[in-house]
Design a protein around this ligand. Structure first.
Ligand SMILES: *Cc1c(COP(=O)(O)O)cnc(C)c1O
Length: 637
């Protein structure tokens, strides 16, 4: 960072560097003390709580970092926003149907999340979508009377029976037919139980959507009926005298759809199917457009995969407007609009908070003023290259330095120079590379051939977390999440870093960030202080991450803390779930912690017999071993 900028650093500069007001969507901001705050609204009044206060509240309650923090208010706010936005669009256009949102359980199955969605969503009639037997079981037990329950996924006899009973519990349960083979079983079970099913048909739309999940739609999508299969479903229902059971058309275009134009095209196609099903004589009444409402992870509001070129209002207006106009023109009654927004409902409410354990700098340690008289000529040549950077062709200069460094390494391999000389050579090279990066930063542009240099000299900040456990999508599909220090925003973040996790895996890192409105391999961070922890947060990660996470290197579940913000600016810890202990994760890979303890005890006893260990030492060792089994899998202070 350039020195002048660093001296005049402001909160505003930090806010725009990290883009918090863009991706934060009003839920996150910075306060006057330079802290990241989470904001809740109470009838228009905004209440802001510094996350650092929540961090210390959590630590005082005995939970070490990393912690997955859930803010219940944000979950409520998103459900309210989704429903209110659809209501507003419906009121504005005089649309005749209602909006009936369902939350797709697969996006976050955690009990606290589902309970809160059901509780807060009840006045809106917000329902659930389940895609497997296990999800159906939890949905059946969680939902409130009158709630809409949409059933996707493969359905066996047990699944179908449970779904049929759901009707008797007072839910509106829809079996969405994804493949033609499901229908005969549904008909058979419905006859056996004497319960008429509500059936939906999932179609493949041919409209292709952009983004990371393009495979979800189109002819080769593994979900949904082809037109021939749809016709056969209609014919079968007709033949059984059950066409009145067909009430819903389902299409899911994909997730995180960046372009509103793609959504409109998909909705138009869905309307065609819908009206033809009405013409075929099906009762219909519901049009379910699935998920796809994107989250603006980068905050740049563009058609980029981590963003979207529309706001929530545009989404609602597009759905309501397109369906209303298309069906009105054909004289077809407006259906209730169902969407299965998962990501946009839960992403904001969870964040991963962690501390930095250590840092590795890639910079030269103090170089001597002159080289010792007997130094190798190549070292002298390299040393001389430190001068003249201001006038040099930087790329040529760098290449020359690199060649010399490589030749010095060869000399070492051949035994012609010693360890200290090789180290000196590498150190001089780093000093040159650093000098070049400083000039690139000053000039504000990178010469051809030096594109990766700045990134390759970035610090590595070691974070107390596991990418594989907590942020699997960053590794699996290159998902971008906003990352920002939780404090010190009045200070210039004058270091540049990538974040490495605790696993011994080179993929265990975060190296894609949103910086100054663009994507960057390096994150500006503050230098670590001797006596003060440095905390960072990864935001907008409430969707999909928790159950996809795995036990790589046996880092287990983090602690999860749910917080509710009060109108007076205080907060209550609503729920604390301790993360996995070491004993827990070992039992997941089929060890028995008790047996492990007994094994160690007999090894220790043998050591006592052989005089290598005293009895008090044995005792201390066993106590520490026991404490470890019960302890957190992450780094503890
Ligand atoms: C995954 C999925 C969703 C959720 O999509 P989001 O983009 O997260 O809103 C909705 N419906 C179905 C059928 C899904 O498979």
């Amino acid at each position: 960072m350039n020195r002048k900028l660093a001296q005049n650093w402001t909160l505003e500069a930090s806010a725009s560097l990290y883009g918090i007001r863009d991706w934060g969507a009003g839920h996150f901001d910075l306060d006057g003390q330079g802290n990241v705050v989470v904001q809740a609204r109470f009838n228009g009044d905004k209440v802001a709580v510094p996350l650092m206060d929540i961090v210390s509240g959590i630590e005082q309650r005995g939970h070490a970092m990393p912690v997955l923090l859930r803010i219940e208010n944000l979950l409520d706010a998103r459900i309210a926003l989704l429903n209110e936005s659809f209501r507003a669009a419906i009121a504005r256009t005089g649309y005749q149907g209602e909006y009936r949102g369902v939350f797709p359980v697969k996006v976050n199955q955690q009990c606290q999340v589902i309970e809160e969605i059901v509780r807060f969503g009840a006045p809106y009639g917000h329902g659930l979508e389940a895609g497997s037997k296990a999800e159906l079981v939890l949905a059946l037990a969680s939902l409130r009377e009158g709630g809409l329950l949409v059933l996707n996924g493969y359905k066996d006899r047990e699944f179908i029976d449970l779904g049929l009973w759901a009707d008797k519990l007072g839910y509106r349960c829809v079996f969405v037919i994804e493949s033609p083979s499901e229908l005969p079983l549904i008909i058979e079970r419905s006859k056996a139980l004497g319960i008429r099913p509500t059936v939906g048909a999932r179609v493949k739309v041919s409209a292709k959507v952009g983004g990371l999940w393009t495979e979800t739609s189109g002819d080769r999508s593994s979900f949904g009926l082809s037109t021939a299969q749809l016709i056969s479903v209609v014919d079968t229902l007709k033949a059984e005298g059950m066409l009145d059971c067909l009430k819903l058309l389902h299409c899911h275009l994909g997730s995180q759809i960046p372009h509103i134009a793609d959504i409109r095209a998909g909705v138009l196609e869905a309307c065609r199917y819908y009206s033809d099903l009405v013409r075929e004589g099906a009762t219909m009444g519901y049009l379910d457009l699935g998920g796809g409402l994107a989250v603006d992870y980068s905050g740049v509001r563009s058609g980029h995969v981590h963003s979207r070129d529309y706001a929530l209002d545009d989404y609602c207006n597009t759905l309501v407007g397109t369906i209303g106009e298309t069906l009105s023109a054909q004289g077809i009654a407006h259906p209730h609009i169902v969407t299965e927004s998962g990501r946009a409902t839960v992403a904001y409410s969870s964040m991963l908070l962690f501390n930095i354990l250590d840092v590795m700098h890639f910079e030269a340690v103090a170089l001597p003023d002159t080289l010792a008289s007997g130094s190798h000529p190549l070292l002298r040549e390299l040393f001389a290259l430190r001068d003249g950077l201001d006038t040099a062709d930087l790329t040529a200069h760098y290449n020359e330095a690199m060649t010399l460094r490589d030749r010095i390494r060869e000399l070492y391999k051949d035994g012609q120079i010693g360890l200290r000389e090789r180290s000196l050579g590498e150190n001089i090279f780093l000093a040159i590379a650093q000098g070049i990066v400083e000039r690139i930063v000053q000039a504000g542009k990178t010469p051809l051939g030096l594109e990766g240099l700045r990134d390759s000299l970035a610090d590595i900040y070691y974070g107390n977390f596991s990418v594989f456990q907590s942020l699997p999508d960053t590794w699996a599909i290159g998902q971008l999440f906003p990352v920002i220090p939780l404090h010190r925003h009045l200070e210039a973040p004058c270091r540049e870093a990538i974040l490495s996790d605790l696993t011994c895996d080179c993929d265990g890192k975060l190296d894609a960030f949103i910086v100054a409105g663009g994507e960057s391999r390096i994150l500006p961070v503050h230098p670590l202080k001797q006596e003060e922890e440095y905390y960072l947060g990864v935001f907008l990660m409430g969707a999909y991450q928790e159950t996809l996470g795995d036990l790589h290197n046996l880092f287990g579940d983090t602690h999860v803390v749910s917080v509710r913000i009060n109108q007076d600016g205080s907060f209550d810890v609503m729920k604390e779930i301790s993360g996995d202990s070491i004993g827990d994760v070992l039992s997941y890979v089929e060890y028995n912690p008790q047996t492990l303890f007994e094994q160690l005890r007999s090894t220790a006893e043998a050591a006592v017999r052989q005089g290598r260990l005293t009895v008090p030492e044995r005792q201390r060792l066993l106590e520490e071993f026991s404490a470890s089994l019960a302890g957190y899998t992450y780094y503890e202070k």
